[in-house]
Ligand binder design. Sequence first.
Ligand code: UN1
Length: 493
Amino acid sequence: MKHYDNYIDGVWTQSETGHNVQNINPATGEILGEVAVSSAHDVDRAVKAAKRAQKSWRLVPAPERAEVLYEVARILKEKKEDLAQILTSEMGKVIAEARGEVQEAIDMAYYMAGEGRRLFGETVPSELRDKFAMSVRVPVGVAGLITPWNFPIAIASWKSLPALVAGNAVVWKPASETPFMAAEFMKVYEEAGLPKGLMNVVFGSGSVVGNALVEHPDVDIISFTGSNEVGRAINGKAGRLLKRTSLEMGGKNAVTVLEDADLDLAVDGIIWSAFGTAGQRCTACSRIIVHEAVKEELEHKLLERVQSLKVGNGADERIDVGPVINKGSLDRIHEYVQTGIGEGAKLLCGGSILNEEDFAKGHYYEPTIFTDVSPHMTIAQKEIFGPVTSIIPVKSLEEAIDVNNSVEFGLSSSVFTKDVNRVFKAMRDFDTGIVYINAGTTGAEIHLPFGGTKGTGNGHRDSGVAALDVYTEWKSVYVDFSGTLQRAQIDNK
Ligand code: UN1
């Protein structure tokens, strides 16, 4: 049976508590192994190691730091299949998606390695003669990363790679549900030759380990992806300490289908983004806003497709929809469905926990579509994080935009139409951080900023060049080579 301890200062180290917790396969109930449960003291040791290591790492030229990232990319590529298998076994997503997720981490490693030769700053003209002005990026210091279970390696790569290439050190608290991917990713960094202390992993609960990271005076920035509730609590505590936070907290994403849309394409996009990862993506399509003229036809086509989806253990290549992460999640999803029925929404398909023999040991939910949902209903407002989506009929693009924007989140939205004018209108007026045209709400690429507006975040972005803004400070530098005292705002006026 596998067992993992914390990784602190380049050594796999037993936690202070000496306790462990089991890691369970959500598809089968099988016990995969166990992992350390840590205390605030373990976090403190990791932060001290990170702080020490960062002192010299910040002086290593960025192109040289990037060499480690190129190695990370190469090793991830070599181990892609093994990592995908482990990912499916502890998280449950189907194997093709697990491979895709590892690929996302590989892409991110190459992309951020390239940043080692860019990390662009700015030079601007000074107001004064014989004076040079520039602004350069400097590392923030120690980054505390708190990452979710739904993309255990991709999201960890979005955060750790830019942090490291920019000259920071990292203390990482991975989700309790997916510790093995965290340990595997750590092993990749180790093999790639990352100097000790720069990346530390502390396993344990959010309330102990996460909290200790947020409150530690030597952690300079917290980057968090997870629930809105936890993100707000983190921001409250970090705010009092004037600590920088980058928060990504979910969505209530909608696909809009207009009356001129290619309906078969729209169905492809909806099925993939509503039921891929069993709906457990922040970007999952959990609302379908459809023009009433094509509602019936769309429902018919969706129903046909949903009935052909195979639910089961994602390790089997033939499966389309895997289990949800755990029993608590399964029950919560079912509760939302009951609430939907109670509020008068109509079930087009699904609506049940799957517990016949094949499914009894895992946590499976039927792909579920509600129809005739009105925008204010609970199922049209709350993030369900499961394979449940809701059809909301509208009469125009304008109404669709209002409905799209009527939720507390602002992560991703999409529109299916062939009309170029409506494409640009939707693109401008959807109030989300990501907009797709003629595609579902998922499928973000790593070299573009990832994140959203309103309750989704606090203005920062993972991925893309925007991620560097999270892990660097601007330093403005003025070099006066005139040999005299030149007073800005005075001597040049
Ligand atoms: C998430 O939605 O939780 O855009 C992350 C996508 C993936 C990442 C999703 N590249 O679907």
